[in-house]
Design a protein around this ligand. Sequence first.
Ligand code: PEP
Ligand code: MG
Length: 961
Amino acid sequence: MSTIEDAAINGGTEKSMSEKYVYYFGDGAAEGNGSMKDVLGGKGAGLAEMTNAGVPVPPGFTITTGVCRHYYANGRQLPREFGAEQDAALARLESSLGKTLGDADDPLLVSVRSGAKFSMPGMMDTILNLGLNDKAVHGLAAKTGNERFAWDCYRRFIQMFSSVVMELEKNEFEHIIEAMKHKKKVKLDTELTAKDLEALTLEFKRHVRKRVGRDFPQDAREQLAMARDAVFRSWNNDRAIYYRKQNQIPDDIGTAVNVQAMVFGNMGDTSGTGVGFTRNPSTGENHFYGEYLTNAQGEDVVAGVRTPHPIDDLEKEMPDCFRQLHEITKRLEKHYRDIQDFEFTIQEGKLYLLQTRNGKRTAQAAVRIAVEMVKEGLITEKEAILRVEPASLDQLLHPRLDPKAKVNVIAKGLSASPGAAVGIAVFDADTAAEMGHAKKKVILVRKETTPDDIHGMDAAQGILTATGGMTSHAAVVARGMGKPCVSGVSAIHVNEKARTMTVDKLVVKEGDWITIDGSTGRVMLGAVPTMEAAVSGEFAEFMAIADKHRRLKVRSNADIPRDALKAREFGAEGIGLCRTEHMFFAEERLPHVVQMIMAAPQVKALGEKLAAKEKQLDGSIGGENKKLKTEIAVLKKELAAPLKSYKSALAKLLPFQRADFYGLFKAMKGYPVTIRTLDPPLHEFLPKREDLMVDIATLPRATAAQKKEMVKKYRFKSVTQLKAGMPDLLRRVEELHEFNPMMGHRGCRLGITYPEVTEMQARAIFEAAVKIVKEGGSVVPEVMIPLIGTVEELKDQGAIVRRVAEETIAKAGVKLEYLVGTMIEIPRAALTAGRVAEVAEFFSFGTNDLTQMTYGYSRDDAGKFLPEYVNRKILPGDPFVSVDQEGVGMLMDWAVKNGRETRGKLKVGICGEHGGDPASVEFCHRTNLDYVSCSPFRVPLARLAAAQAAVRGTTAESDRR
Ligand code: PEP
Ligand code: MG
């Protein structure tokens, strides 16, 4: 550890002959300046800068960090020349204000604060009103005409000084106050009178004498020396050492000490105090904004005891001060080139600025201010881009809770998809869909959602799930739909059968109103009022600025034309991922999908047998030949029915798919559209095994109504069909059961075993595309094969797609460009990217699966331990939210480089959820991806993050030069 103490052991710090130890600021000029943070600390440099900018800050002086270093390096001795410099600065301060430290009639009071180069909040408490003593307290009372105030200041000063400087416990004084209140039979400090506070001060002093063995220092200069040394000591208190370690602040730089005159706003009707902003921090409007109180202290404004006046009233009450304040704060805004949040005090007609800093603002204000400041020539476009937090744009795109509304929060979960939603709780997707279509507002509450719930999710205002993380089905789909979603609310227990959700003893029944806030993860009882998103004209202007500066393209993940249109509205430049399976879940399609799945294994098994026999037949002669022919005829007969069923199911699906793709192509008006072949394990399209087992068992005793319900549920046409079909359905569900479906029969593995499915999808894609071309439109389909681990898998599927494409294009006699590429979502595919790129014309990183497979964390189960991992800093954050740049990122970087070594112009994008995360977007920029793709509502965020990455990149580049 390199501390200042070590420096002392090594012989002390060097001292240059010309070193200056004390820097004065005040009377319109400062000896230091804003660039001297090393010497004056951050606060001292800021005070100097403000003074130099002509801002009337209360005058004072800064004792340099060099004095602190000297103090430690020389056995807690101060430099020899220091005393004289401090005396001179103090004398200048006294003469500037016409007051003397410790004076009995009109005392100068000062504050003493630490201030290192880097802000270290909480290192040392500020000491206010230093200079008060038994005599000066009367002077203060006379000057303010407020005896109570004077004694209150004095007792607070003793309390603060004794704890910070003399190291007594704070609560020792609190006990004395409590005893006094008890004696006076009052509850609040504010109920103590001036006389009570005077008596309290006496008690405090007695206590100090008893505990420290000396009187409370009455000499104001001694007070100052003691406070200054306490600041130096505080540099090495446990809190400060810990803070430095946490924030990688060097131990040996020391702290400065700022001594500054106190000013009071409670010295009569020509005094006052207030706070304000140079522009409206809520709307961004360029209008002076703030409030103040006459004859009051800062605390009075904040505490809400008296109602402050709008700042415009100051213009009438103290016109000179108002004009000066307005002019100064505007100047400050120009100086700092950002909206300022300031505090001021007027002491007997003289204005002082106590603080100014860049103001916090809403997203709406941030956008408007950035755009207007560019127009005013105050900031550059690049600076404007960096002024808005990408994630905050969500606030502009979704409804939010009325900030004034009262809320009754009953639980908290993950903020899975932003925005607020209000509705009645319903516990299954069918009811949600029914009620939603009847224009009722509902929140779909599930333990977790499955693809089967999609119609209910679509009809609901928002989705609430008890389990699941940020990439759970509910979260991903809700974000895609732009619907608010709170997931992983472990405190709620959902009983889907009883149609209730319980939180401790509270039971929410179906039909009760609830509100969810997907931006904060809060779940509330009752219908909380919401506010519609306000997308102002400046928002579009701001995005246009961002677009000018970004290199990365931004696409959207969208499965249906409605989402594609939304994505275009938000500025998407293509579709980066269309998950075709989502098209299979729609009510009129699912029966054909089920039919296809039911027939598939027989088709496969019999087809393989038949092929083997036919091969055998090729090389056979005589009697064997005859036998084989008979066997082949039998097999063909057996195969006929399932094959017919299989082919007719696919044939029924084809026009649906074709219409879907046509809609997408049309919506995207020539922008590229990436369509992924079927990905999820087939069991997701079939009913749950447990449901089937229960229903098969209850069927013999079921009432007519229950049977009707089951016919509807399992999509049979009659009870007879139901009875015959349920055992088959259960057998197929059991066949499809996998211990780990995420690593099972899914992705390209489906297309390889059932090539007809890939073929049908390819046909639908290219038939739709040639239709667009024939109509005179333009389209660039990009067909994407999911979950490959080897180049051979891609070769197999790519060949089918290319064959169908060529056939369809030739038949139509049109010209059509298309690409065949792959997702990179298995580490092996990333590692062998050089080979994969021999076949793939583009890569798209499926970082949801790539993260799952790289860590070996199931994306559906990781919610059980990930929060603890993050809390205990075993992981820096949730890798399903922001790309793990060290591990997953290394694979991505490798894949990009090796892929492009094989195919120079390889197009590379990302379509996992990370494509809408600002830090991940920045990583994609640095890794030279061509585009990111995210859900439609995140498109503006990604556009801004991409622009910020580009701007930061150029800044870093120019810094290097
Ligand atoms: C992915 O894995 O990142 C991806 C986009 O695919 P899915 O989430 O559909 O598995
Ligand atoms: Mg995937």
